[in-house]
Design a protein around this ligand. Structure first.
Ligand SMILES: Cc1ncc(COP(=O)(O)O)c(C=O)c1O
Length: 437
């Protein structure tokens, strides 16, 4: 028997309550809902609940609505395609639309990355990269980083090490060694010291496996782990080690890609070209779509060695083309850079003002605000983070958590300066209320 539902934050409206009650009866309890928001509709940077409340969305459907929610260009593309066909079985038959999407996608990438595998989600785009690395290298081991999040199917979960519950009772895992990631704020080190410490540990991990390392999986900016931006020297150092030891650099851009950090791929901010790239989330404009891209020489697997049923789905590809076109035409990368810079400046002012704001970091519109008990101890303010999220939602702002006590800010890339300011005002008011208490 289910107990009485505990509503997170303030009690939601009547319609929301009814849906939450139905949900709790039959939907898998493995999902995590941060607060009692019940989605009804969304447009641009706003989402609306079933009781008619409007919220400014700093979560963008978990970094999916890069071009804004329910963008008319997606509506148009889907309507046009739905009349022509939805599913072409691209793994077994040729079709022009998935090809057109892939050709267009490659125009956003370094010319060395010229071959595409299509799928439907982030985890699938990582599974493809993982299997490709093992196929190509014929090696067994893979290195990922502490705090990393690469997905939840068994291959990508083996790479993931962000929250203990995600790995929970699922061992044994695939052969993955985790090396430290330069989270210098939490490791209480200077960025460059932290970077060289982590690179030394990474090299040690590679050597330990004696020529049997296929790939290193890297989020250029760690997402779920806490929106952690590594020093440039670290990402460059990872590339150098990959070159020295003949290991593939697999770049997870599922969350950080598609101009979220200003550049199409976050790794471009560090002046590094990877061997394999995994993309999803924002690339489909809200429609499930994943892509794994590598050079032809790397993507050398044999027919039948990897495929799927829905990869190259026609609706997804139509949405993907419309999304990428919109991003390029509207220069969303530039907007992410400009608004992101402004937000970082304002959030840093909060850091100077409030003891609870320990660290502010980010690239473009991928920004983390780490809450701590106090600046000296840097103890994660876990409960307080939860409260800030609740209070913000009550005031009409959707935020998500990341890491132990980080507020994750990943709004649509169409965000205006006014909307950015409105959201930050709400964050500040929520922090002030905590302080008063
Ligand atoms: C960096 C990264 N990789 C992979 C994934 C997995 O994507 P999906 O949830 O679509 O399987 C996520 C999801 O949040 C992610 O942030």
């Amino acid at each position: 028997m289910m107990g009485k539902i505990q509503f997170i934050c303030r009690k939601p409206g009547k319609k929301s309550i009814r849906i939450i009650e139905r949900d709790h009866k039959i939907i898998s309890p493995s999902l995590t809902r941060e607060y009692s928001f019940v989605f009804k509709r969304a447009r641009g940077c706003y989402v609306y609940d079933v009781d008619g409340r409007r919220y400014l969305d700093f979560a963008a459907g978990v970094a999916v609505a890069g071009i804004g929610h329910t963008n008319p260009v997606i509506e148009k593309a889907l309507h046009k395609q739905i009349k022509l066909g939805i599913h072409a079985a691209f793994s077994d038959f040729y079709a022009e639309l998935p090809l057109e999407f892939s050709e267009f996608l490659l125009t956003f990438m370094h010319k060395q990355l010229d071959t595409v595998f299509l799928s439907n989600s982030g985890t699938e785009s990582i599974e493809a990269a993982y299997k490709l690395a093992r196929w190509h290298s014929q090696r067994k081991w893979v290195i990922a980083f502490e705090n990393a999040f690469h997905g939840r199917t068994m291959g990508s979960l083996s790479l993931t090490k962000s929250k203990p519950v995600q790995r929970g009772r699922y061992s044994p895992f695939l052969p993955v060694k985790h090396a430290p990631f330069p989270y210098h704020y939490r490791m209480k080190m200077e960025p460059e010291d932290c970077s060289s410490y982590c690179l030394t540990e990474l090299e040690r991990a590679i050597r330990l496996k004696r020529g049997d390392v296929a790939a290193i999986f890297l989020e250029p900016v760690q997402g779920e782990g806490g929106y952690i931006v590594p020093p440039r020297s670290f990402v460059k150092g990872v590339r150098k080690l990959c070159n020295e030891y003949g290991v593939l650099l697999c770049d997870d851009e599922v969350q950080s890609g598609c101009f979220r950090t200003g550049r199409f791929l976050a790794i471009e901010n560090f002046g590094v070209v990877p061997d394999v790239v995994s993309l999803s989330k924002a690339i489909g404009g809200g429609v499930p779509l994943g892509a794994t891209v590598a050079g032809r020489k790397v993507m050398d697997w044999a027919p039948g060695s990897h495929a799927n049923t829905f990869g190259g789905n026609l609706l997804a590809c139509a949405a993907g083309i419309a999304t990428l076109k919109f991003m390029r035409e509207k220069k969303l990368g530039q907007n992410a850079q400009k608004i992101g810079k402004h937000m970082l400046k304002r959030l840093n002012e909060l850091k100077d003002k409030y003891e609870i704001v320990g660290d502010v970091r980010g690239l473009g519109l991928m920004i983390g605000v780490e809450l701590v008990k106090n600046k000296k101890s840097r103890m994660p303010a876990v409960e307080e983070r939860k409260e800030v999220l609740c209070k913000a939602s009550e005031k009409g702002l959707i935020l998500l958590p990341a890491g132990m006590s980080v507020i994750r800010i990943c709004p649509p890339l169409t965000l205006t300066r006014q909307q950015a300011d409105n959201g930050i005002d709400i964050i500040e008011d929520s922090i002030k209320e905590l302080n008063r208490r």
